[in-house]
Write a protein that binds this ligand. Structure first.
Ligand code: GDP
Length: 356
């Protein structure tokens, strides 16, 4: 690998059979492609490696279904050896027997290479299934997977299962959970959000990565889907409005023309930085917005740094003390910046150590 420090970032491996929805997921979550446009995506036949420049830098490797990554010409240490998560996508609208065989092979082999890898299964395209059928499908896939792994003595491998679809928020919710497992600062962030909520009369707060609408942390009150959806929709509203009416020199969304680092490595892997075809969204640090809802709640968005925004829901009578909320928010913002300053210094130290 060319750059050991850069490649130190967590890696998401997206695997699954052909047409299971891997590329669509990636386009919808990281490139804001509308879900119905994925109908026209061409199937990839190469490993696509993409660096996502966002709040946490991570790499997404999309493996076409037909590639046998256990073939000796692929180095499984390179593929599975790094810190990260393996997301296996199963098309729930199709017969999934073959996908399950593939999943079991993948988990057993990948676990032997790297037993720190986090395994996640997306039971995907569930938009067409009834609620009852969804639950049954998940139960069956989960059961067959645990049984199969137990036969190989791998009953303790932690695997999580999610029901997902690109046609609603479930794919973002699932990604949020996966990414949160890769953020070592998560307990600190949750703690800061809890303190902020408790001292400001906030019902629910999400810290969003604006570019992907993945929430990287939330306070510890339970997440209900409706609050999550409305907070996530607010980001779109704010971005759309600021694109139309925003100041031109401080717009939310900037086209980023990175140098094209496309190159094929020995495995025929294509290395693709997101600047080639993506737009990356940045929040202005001082972004601020309020929406009063018809149910006496207030939806409030505040920019935290280039990539992060806090979106919270609070009762409108609690908003009367907005001076206090503003003050608390400034403290929160400072604390977040301190947390990630520590991380940056840690990475720099690592770089110096490796150079020595
Ligand atoms: P890949 O070969 O795994 O990369 O699969 P693609 O991303 O090319 O997707 C194959 C097909 O599945 C496309 O026609 C997508 O529009 C469709 N698809 C992807 N995700 C979903 C989903 O959540 N629901 C439905 N109904 N179709 C989906």
């Amino acid at each position: 690998l060319d750059d050991p420090v850069h490649d130190n970032r967590p890696r998401l491996l997206i695997m699954g059979l052909r047409r299971s929805g891997k590329s669509s997921i990636q386009k919808v979550v990281f490139h804001k492609m509308p879900a119905n446009e994925t109908l026209f995506l061409e199937s990839t036949n190469k490993v696509v490696k993409e660096n996502i420049t966002s709040f946490i830098d991570f790499q997404v490797w999309d493996f076409p279904g037909q590639i046998d990554y256990f073939d000796p010409s692929y180095d499984s240490n390179v593929i599975f050896g790094e810190y990260g998560a393996l997301i296996f996508v199963i098309d729930a609208q199709d017969d999934y027997s073959e996908a399950l065989i593939r999943l079991h092979q993948t988990v057993t082999r990948a676990y032997n290479v790297n037993n720190d890898l986090i395994f996640e299964v997306f039971i995907h395209k569930v938009d067409a299934l009834s609620d009852e059928y969804k639950i049954d499908t998940q139960r069956e896939i989960q059961q067959r997977t645990t049984d199969e792994l137990a036969d190989f003595g791998l009953e303790n491998v932690p695997i999580s299962f999610y029901l997902t679809s690109i046609y609603d928020h479930s794919i973002f919710e699932a990604f949020s959970k996966v990414i949160q497992k890769l953020i070592p600062q998560l307990p600190t962030l949750e703690n800061l959000l809890n303190i902020l909520c408790a001292n400001s009369g906030i019902e629910k707060a999400f810290l969003f990565d604006v570019n992907s609408k993945i929430y990287i942390a939330t306070d510890s009150s339970p997440v209900d889907m409706q609050s999550y959806e409305i907070c996530s929709d607010m980001i779109d509203v704010i971005i759309d409005i600021s694109e139309i009416y925003g100041r031109t020199n401080n717009s939310y969304r900037e086209e980023v023309y990175n140098e094209d680092h496309s190159q094929a490595n020995t495995n025929g892997t294509t290395n693709n930085t997101n600047g080639n075809y993506g737009a990356i969204t940045e929040t202005a640090n001082d972004a601020e917005s309020l929406i009063k809802l018809s149910n006496e709640m207030i939806l409030c968005l505040r920019g935290v740094n280039r990539f992060l925004a806090l979106v919270c829901l609070l009762r409108s009578d609690n908003f009367e003390m907005h001076g206090l909320i503003d003050y608390n928010f400034q403290c929160f913002k400072q604390a977040i910046s301190d947390v990630f300053e520590l991380k940056r210094r840690g990475t720099e130290r690592l770089r110096h150590e490796r150079m020595r």
